[in-house]
Design a protein around this ligand. Structure first.
Ligand code: PNW
Length: 480
């Protein structure tokens, strides 16, 4: 092997891929070392991400039960323009077309989620076979096109029928039962599972701030208990997946950890950013990775600290095969003599952001997000389970969507991700958010994150410039 030329080795890899029946874009070193391009490691996985409620529509089709997002989005005043996910991209009916888009991009992987209430309309008990069949059709269509599905079990669309939602501990057990059932049904063809997506969004934003479903504003102690139920559900889910899998599976989650970028890359600020990562993620990722709540978190919350039962922390600390990071935006961290050892810099009014006003642009966040998590906790593998942006896309008279701003955002983030792979951090793949414009939660259809434009009146999909660019990146395995 040592004497094989780089070019020959590239051919061997392509031939092996062809033999295994996986259709990969043709890669060669002459391509991946294009002048100006930054080559990613061989075998790096490129993908796109979506979530069930944001793309499927078919809200009542095939026996699906309502989720808290159906109820919330139908409540006047909760979403932009009263938009709902009733129809969305109609991927419930158009999934084959979506797989075609994926195939045209040349992705090796696709991150999708399952709507819990499509499978268990009441969240537990009665199974809806039509829902299971739908996901089998989607998965089989992906596999037939050489695309590996990565499946998220919970992307915020909690079945409405579960009493008390995430305020109830019973919901954690319902989730574990659902995870066990999906694993039994799908682990013959799906080998990568993520339990939950973004703890803060479905706990704090839903139950403390009330901006997301179910729209509650609970006092601190109760909101902390909701957080605990979120991570407990994850932990019980990991155990359930492992216990029910037909063969080897990789289990992880998708978490939007707060990303801490040192304000200047000197040792003191780098240390501070690492400390801040541990502290700002205390109730979620830190606790999962360390198997216990940090002392500082318990002290800070005092009488409002979560009530923990025997066995909880063991489940929550379950070993993970990978950590998925959803990375969009940075916090800038400065070393300080204060007790926690850092401060978060305030952003100037002129700090640039994308079309969503929270989406501040700081491409180094993807490098530091990976590095801080790896330096603190050394997970065996990292995936970027989401990265992408909203932009004010318009269709030109020629029918093109010239989203040069999105290409700028993505190119800069991938350049920083390349830095992480070049430094040997174990980043295995990247899922771009998102394949399609879709239901952007409280922003409804007003914010477009897709690399394919969707005309929501006709459901017509049109590749944007960013899709053409991403296709090139994938084909060359290199940032261009
Ligand atoms: C993620 N923030 O949500 C979700 O996983 C997706 O469903 C969503 O469409 C996508 O990012 C774009 O918003 C986030 O305020 C929502 O920092 C808010 C934030 C981050 C992620």
């Amino acid at each position: 092997m040592t004497n094989i030329s780089r070019r020959q080795f590239g051919k061997v890899a392509a031939a092996t891929a062809a033999l295994s029946g996986v259709s990969l874009p043709e890669l060669s070193f002459s391509q991946s070392s294009t002048p100006g391009g930054l080559a990613f490691p061989r075998g790096f996985l490129w993908g796109c991400a979506t979530a069930a409620y944001q793309i499927e529509g078919g809200a009542t089709a095939g026996g699906r039960g309502p989720s808290i997002w159906d109820v919330f989005s139908h409540t006047p005043g909760k979403t932009y323009n009263g938009d709902t996910g009733d129809v969305a991209d109609d991927s419930y009916h158009l999934y084959k077309e979506d797989v075609r888009l994926l195939r045209n991009l040349g992705v090796q992987t696709y991150r999708m989620s399952i709507s819990w209430s499509r499978v268990f309309p009441e969240g537990k008990g009665r199974i809806n076979p039509a829902g299971v069949d739908y996901y089998k059709r989607v998965v089989d269509e992906l596999l037939a096109n050489g695309i590996t599905p990565y499946v998220t079990l919970f992307h915020w669309d909690l079945p409405q029928a579960l009493p008390g939602g995430w305020q109830s501990r019973d919901t954690c057990h319902a989730f574990a039962d659902y995870a066990a059932y999906i694993t039994r049904q799908f682990s013959d063809r799906v080998h990568h599972f993520m339990t939950t997506n973004e703890f803060t969004c479905f706990t704090d934003i839903g139950y403390r701030d009330g901006r997301f479903a179910p729209g509650l504003r609970l006092p601190n102690g109760q909101a902390n208990q909701v957080r605990h139920h979120g991570i407990l559900a994850h932990g019980l889910g990991v155990q359930a997946i492992r216990a029910n899998a037909h063969g080897p599976v990789q289990v992880g989650l998708a978490e939007n950890a707060s990303v801490c970028v040192p304000v200047i890359e000197t040792a003191e600020h780098i240390d501070a950013a690492r400390r801040a990562t541990r502290d700002l993620n205390a109730p979620f990722l830190t606790t999962l990775m360390e198997g216990k709540y940090p002392e500082s978190y318990l002290q800070r919350e005092g009488a409002d600290a979560p009530r923990v039962q025997p066995g909880d922390m063991q489940a929550i600390g379950s070993r993970l095969d990978f950590v998925g990071l959803n990375i969009y935006t940075p916090n800038y961290i400065r070393a300080s003599n204060n007790p926690q050892g850092y401060t978060v810099e305030k952003r100037q009014a002129s700090f640039p952001h994308m079309a969503s006003d929270w989406l501040y642009i700081g491409p180094e966040c993807i490098y530091w997000g990976v590095r801080n998590v790896c330096d603190l906790w050394h997970p065996p593998a990292i995936y970027i389970t989401e990265n992408g942006c909203s932009a004010d896309d318009v269709v030109t008279p020629e029918g093109r969507i010239e989203d040069t701003d999105r290409v700028m955002y993505l190119r800069n983030h991938l350049t920083q991700l390349h830095r992480a792979t070049a430094e040997q951090y174990p980043v295995k793949g990247y899922f771009l958010w998102s394949l399609l414009d879709n239901f952007e939660w409280v922003d409804g259809y007003s914010k477009r994150f897709g690399i394919h434009y969707v005309d929501f009146a006709t459901e017509k999909r049109t590749p944007k410039l960013s899709a053409e660019w991403y296709r090139t990146v994938i084909a060359r395995n290199s940032v261009v």
